[in-house]
Design a protein around this ligand. Sequence first.
Ligand code: GLN
Length: 491
Amino acid sequence: MTDLTSMTIAEAKAGLASKSFTSLELTDAHLAAIEAARSLNAFVLETPDQARAMARAIDAKIAKGEGGPLAGIPLGIKDLFATKDVRTTACSKILGNFVPPYESTVTSQLWRDGAVMLGKLNNDEFAMGSSNETSCFGPVVNPWRREGSNTTLVPGGSSGGSASAVAALLCMGATATDTGGSIRQPAAFTATVGVKPTYGRCSRWGIVAFASSLDQAGPIARTTRDAAILMRSMAGHDPKDTTSVDRAVPDYEAAIGKSVKGMKIGIPKEYRLDGMPAEIEKLWAEGAAWLKAAGAELVEVSLPHTKYALPAYYIVAPAEASSNLARYDGVRYGLRVPGRSIGELYENTRAEGFGDEVRRRVMIGTYVLSAGYYDAYYLRAQKVRTLIKKDFEDCFAKGVSAILTPATPSAAFGVGEKGGADPVEMYLNDIFTVTVNMAGLPGIAVPAGKDAQGLPLGLQLIGRPFDEETLFSLGEVVEQAAGRFTPQRWW
Ligand code: GLN
């Protein structure tokens, strides 16, 4: 039998439909791959019994010709998504052994469409990070290594488990979330495709909140087509999330292979950073050339407030986080560390339950929201946010269909290499991605090449609100030109 784990979702769908294999066989192959890859630390909880039960049930449906669009496809779920009766921790000690009595909307839509859950995936604690080193379950390992080296590399974050598992063929696709880059940056570090949808496209209900005005769920997959297939099931209006938008969900897969002839693609001059590695410059120019060859017109555009995006993000996101994380008090969820008074119980629980990065964010957030500083920091950051959004609006008003940028300023780095002495060093990873969250726009990261050490690099395409389809069409052009990249198996 061909290796069942190296297929794309599109190929597996065809194989299941033609009865070349069953979902149970497909699921078993992935469960075996997960077991053999525990050294990657991508899964924080494997759910083999549940996976097999779901696969059997869906096989019965497929036999009756009833399977949905994801019938029998085994997926991994980021541990930020609440899964009914299955432990959900956001990879924080403070949630302990929390078992939600409900299912997130996004995951329930995946199960509605026939997908199979393999388990829960590692992430940075409360999705705060760019390397998946802040998880209470320990760092995730990137299946990619530098040529001729066995240095352990990070997969990016916060959806590091999702990216690592998809790249290492442990699941066919995964859910992820993106507040400032957490889908696109790990996708770029692992040669996978990651989509951060327009704010409001996917329901946030049942996803552990980090920064509610920025958080969005999206897929990580091995091809643009697979990401489009997953997106269709994940997207949609949900009355339980008032920020989700009531718009029909298009058939995203139909956008794959559509001509991009005549599209105007913006190249923002402010993204050309001083000291940017030559390899990234080259990749960006190559991407532009591929789109041009496919008939698109490249135009230079200006997003003048870009330089304020990262500082403004690191005010808005911690402010919202400090408010969202107030609910973890030792009374309602997970960990409880007793004290002599209720106040002491809160303090003890929060001191014990939150990791360093989360505490840093809570402190920054509380500070910028405090009476004396609210106007100087929070309010000003919100104004900057409006200006960032306006930059994009001005650009799209000139007929630009999408904007092409690098996804990250570097390839994957070593575990422990960044942010130890200065957290800003870690924050800089998101320099090209945070603007998109600040403006609520959709973005896709597509593998586009490798650096001199053989590590994958990605390009980002930023679209108009609710125009993910254009991103899928353009992403496919990049994928066709660049080819696909798979890590050498060493684990
Ligand atoms: N790396 C960014 C942060 O730490 C973004 C994280 C995310 O998108 N969840 O806040």
